[in-house]
Ligand binder design. Structure first.
Ligand code: PEP
Ligand code: MG
Length: 359
């Protein structure tokens, strides 16, 4: 009897021979990236940088940044975050070696970072050296009724460019350090929640300016790409314009599904099972791409984007990237890669091979 590991390897090698889609993984930490590599991931398609700020001192600095009263205070908090981020990106790039890594700029629903209990607020106030009442008022002032449609994604960086500058500086300094150590890394810097060309242009300008200044300061030539998530219907529809400022698109099908269908990604459990029974959606659209809605938007966006840039790199990084039917759709639409959770990489490899053989 052949050990099952050998059978698995054989099957995967066979799949890799036939598939055309590249398979990447969504990972934010070096250990997740290492798991992804073990499963055969060929890069990271999405590093959600907001996940990097939940631990110990980082969350404190993050909260200080969000609740800062002025630019000086915000910059002080940001300067505490810079070394952490540099270390984060260094670890991720080093683990992935020469494989591509897409780093998404901060995309936080703000409420996830704010303290809620009185005790937590008190501790934060003491840490910030501010009166409890003042901190509580600042938190109340940031309250959003619908945070998923609020101060998120590129909006945050447009309001507070210093956050984008810090992240890009950390990315580029990590890449420069690895270049000195002999590893060539080409960071793919990705802008979240873009809906208009102007939003991307403003953010891209901050990215380029910061990247150039790190390169000049360090005297090390590091290449990088700037791309955007396509996860808002307006961005999908205006992809020909948006492509003029992007090296790549990555379809964020979680938000794209939410916004195209007008269904909350967090609160649809009440009615979706009944919807499936009625065949309104044969499958849960948050698990498998809604081909006639979200699918058509992606097809339109891909062809519009490539009409401007024939070599525009296209990928998908929503949960759908590990769903076989969605992988088949991505193959047919001519995407370059799918990115899914590390544990779904083997399924994605098989699905990509199946799509290529049937197509
Ligand atoms: C998405 O919206 O599909 C996506 C990948 O981003 P997030 O899930 O982090 O919003
Ligand atoms: Mg999203």
């Amino acid at each position: 009897d052949a050990p099952s590991w050998e059978v698995y390897n054989q099957l995967m090698l066979w799949a890799d021979r036939y598939r055309r889609l590249q398979i990447r993984a969504n990972a934010d930490q070096p250990d997740q990236a290492a798991v992804a590599l073990t499963f055969g991931a060929e890069g990271i398609g999405l590093c959600r940088t907001e996940h990097m700020f939940f631990g110990g001192e980082r969350i404190q600095a993050m909260r200080e940044m969000i609740l800062a009263d002025d630019l000086e205070e915000r910059n002080t908090a940001i300067s505490k975050l810079l070394p952490y981020q540099r270390e984060d990106f260094y670890g991720l790039f080093k683990t992935m070696g020469s494989h591509p890594v897409t780093i998404r700029l901060l995309d936080p629903p703000l409420h996830e970072f704010l303290p809620h209990s009185d005790e937590e607020i008190m501790r934060l106030a003491i840490g910030m050296g501010k009166p409890y009442e003042h901190v509580k008022e600042r938190i109340a002032a940031l309250h959003e009724f619908n945070p998923m449609l609020g101060l998120r994604g590129c909006r945050l960086g447009i309001l507070h460019p210093e956050i984008t500058i810090m992240q890009v500086q950390a990315i580029m300094e990590a890449a420069c350090q690895l270049r000195q150590e002999g590893l060539e890394v080409v960071p793919e810097i990705m802008v979240p929640l873009v809906s208009t060309l102007k939003e991307l242009e403003i953010t891209a300008e901050i990215i380029h300016k910061t990247a150039r200044s790190v390169i000049a300061e360090q005297w090390i030539g590091v290449k990088y790409l700037v791309g955007t998530m396509i996860e808002v219907p307006r961005a999908a529809i205006t992809s020909a314009e948006i492509a003029t400022a992007a090296d790549f698109f990555s379809y964020g099908t979680n938000d794209l599904t939410q916004m195209t269908l007008g269904m909350s990604r967090d609160d649809s459990g009440q009615f979706l099972p009944t919807y499936q029974q009625h065949d309104i959606f044969p499958r849960n659209p948050f698990e498998s791409i809604d081909i006639d809605g979200v699918g058509r938007l992606i097809t339109l966006s891909a062809s519009e984007g490539r009409s401007v840039k024939p070599d525009l790199k296209l990928g998908i990084c929503g949960e759908h990237g590990g769903d076989p039917a969605s992988v088949e759709f991505c193959h047919k639409t001519g995407l370059n890669y799918v990115s899914c959770s590390p544990y779904r990489v083997p399924v994605a490899r098989l699905a990509a091979a199946r799509a290529a053989l049937l197509g």
